[in-house]
Design a protein around this ligand. Structure first.
Ligand code: COA
Length: 215
């Protein structure tokens, strides 16, 4: 089955297209809810979300190409019953039996160059962008986003919808029982170095990372 519909028409959706092509999808369309957006993305047609039932009948699978976990969750909640395969670029490397772990998830998007080591717990609809690394025994909850070149050390817990900016580093937790926790919906600024846990709904920046805002 090589049919894939990509939610979104933004820059990130073009990067997701690259992963889809790498994974041998051939019949690809982009989906929008905005009737004013028409035409194509890099030669692949844009269709309106009203066409989803037709696409489903034709055997299309779906991927939610949004960099924000909050938006991915909103789209998933709107269309919870579609088939969301994992899109894992062929250059991604991972540790012992992590492929079995990935196969229990849906909607994963792992871009080229990502490295996941071993004994990690992986939720659903997680984006690991280009060259991100995830250390041993880390736990990534649903709708987490890790941007390009970010390094997550071992024993880190990224809670639901947390977002790690480009090139950020998160230092390791003490051990498997005492993980370095990044709270739900928190944002780690690009290039920041996180040396202590971050509460939920908090934006931190800098090295060492300090609180910028709390929702
Ligand atoms: C942290 C972040 C979310 C803050 O965004 P924001 O709330 O709009 O904050 P602002 O741009 O208004 O900046 C507020 C202050 O924080 C500083 N700041 C912002 N981001 C920073 C960062 N990553 N590191 C250090 N300082 C930062 C600004 O210089 C500014 O400082 P000032 O008040 O002394 O002038 C954003 O800057 C960021 O880093 N996002 C991640 C982007 C990313 O990785 N994108 C990936 C695309 S693939």
């Amino acid at each position: 089955m090589t049919k894939l519909a990509i939610f979104g028409t933004s820059g990130f959706s073009k990067e997701v297209l690259d992963i889809a092509l790498d994974q041998q999808y051939k019949d690809i369309v982009f989906l929008t809810h905005d009737k004013s957006i028409t035409g194509d993305v890099l030669g692949f047609p844009i269709q309106h979300e009203n066409n989803i039932p037709k696409l489903e009948n034709e055997g299309y699978k779906f991927v939610i190409a949004a960099g924000s976990g909050e938006i991915r969750e909103k789209i998933f909640n709107k269309y919870p019953n579609l088939q969301y395969p994992n899109l894992i670029h062929s250059s991604v490397t991972y540790g012992y039996q992590m492929d079995k772990t990935f196969s229990l998830s849906q909607g994963l998007i792992f871009a080229a160059g990502v490295r996941v080591t071993t004994a990690c717990e992986i939720g659903n609809f997680i984006v690991l962008n280009l060259n991100a690394t995830i250390g041993h025994d880390s736990c990534l909850d649903d709708f987490v986003s890790v941007m390009p070149g970010a390094n997550i050390s071992g024993n880190v817990h990224l809670c639901r919808e947390s977002y790690v900016g480009t090139g950020a580093t998160i230092l390791q937790g003490k051990d498997e029982e005492h993980k370095m926790e990044i709270g739900s919906k928190s944002v780690i600024g690009a290039g920041s170095v996180v040396v202590k846990p971050v509460a939920e709904n908090t934006i931190v920046v800098g090295a060492p990372a300090k609180e910028l805002k709390r929702a």
